[in-house]
Ligand binder design. Structure first.
Ligand SMILES: [Zn+2]
Length: 258
């Protein structure tokens, strides 16, 4: 086994649709507005597996959203968590997830971008557009490349937003909410969708006859392999993505058994 474990998965999804991704997770850092504990109650997951997952939740203390001190505290805590779990190599081959990457990115902006903008405004200088983002981009790139170098799989999840054309929303086409701002290199990008088993719609609300949902993942990026882009996989799992990416089965299936 070559030991190339540092794959970065960039998973675009709506909140809490795909519990499977948590089944092989070892450390989950959740920045979302809901807790991820319900995902650990997935019926397919064994107690033993569940115990191996450490979940950290970062949440705003009030319903009015994150304050700057809260953002600062969460980023500081994330760096301590990463060092605690990664620095001694014990997580090698495990998975470190940053859940709700969109909110994580918003926290970074609040801490590193907003003060710069305010300072410029109070100095009477004009806006500089993207310039202020460079510091936050450096932080993101630095953090993600350090985590990747520790020999773990890294998953970043985002919420997605509907893509629009001039005539309205483009059916079935979504982008990660942080996509345009974060330049880091993503090796695998999956758009996870929950579709109605009867009509195939993502937004089906007919609960009468339309029971059952299919979990599918559309490959938006797969390393340098452009042939796989657009491929839709049913019940996409970590093992499947690993196999496709590495060209061999995951070497230690016991580690990722639910
Ligand atoms: Zn339906």
């Amino acid at each position: 086994m070559s030991g190339i474990f540092h794959k970065l998965y960039d998973i675009v999804r709506k909140h809490h649709e795909i519990p499977r991704w948590y089944q092989h997770c070892r450390v989950s850092n959740n920045f979302g507005d809901r807790t991820v504990e319900p995902l650990l109650m997935d019926k397919d997951m064994s107690d033993e597996r569940r115990e191996q997952i450490t979940v950290y939740n970062f949440q705003a203390e009030t319903p009015f959203g994150w304050t700057r001190p809260e953002c600062l505290k969460s980023l500081d805590a994330l760096s301590k968590i990463a060092q605690h779990h990664l620095a001694d190599g014990s997580l090698k081959g495990g998975t470190f997830a940053i859940d709700s990457g969109s909110t994580w990115w918003a926290a970074l902006q609040e801490v590193y971008v907003a003060p710069e903008m305010e300072k410029r405004a109070s100095d009477g200088k004009k806006k500089t557009g993207g310039l202020e983002y460079s510091k936050a981009n450096l932080m993101v790139n630095g953090a993600l490349s350090w985590i990747k170098k520790q020999g773990v799989f890294l998953i970043v999840t985002h919420q997605k937003k509907q893509d629009w054309a001039k005539d309205g929303p483009i059916p079935g086409q979504f982008s990660p909410r942080m996509n345009s701002k974060v330049p880091y290199i993503v090796e695998v990008r999956l758009d996870l969708q929950k579709l109605c088993s009867t009509c195939g719609s993502q937004t089906c609300e007919s609960s009468q006859n339309h029971v059952g949902r299919r979990h599918v993942g559309r490959i938006a990026k797969f390393g340098r392999n452009t042939k796989l882009e657009g491929t839709v996989l049913e019940n996409v799992t970590f093992e499947l993505i690993y196999l496709l990416y590495m060209g061999e089965a995951f070497p230690d299936p016991e580690r990722i058994k639910p």
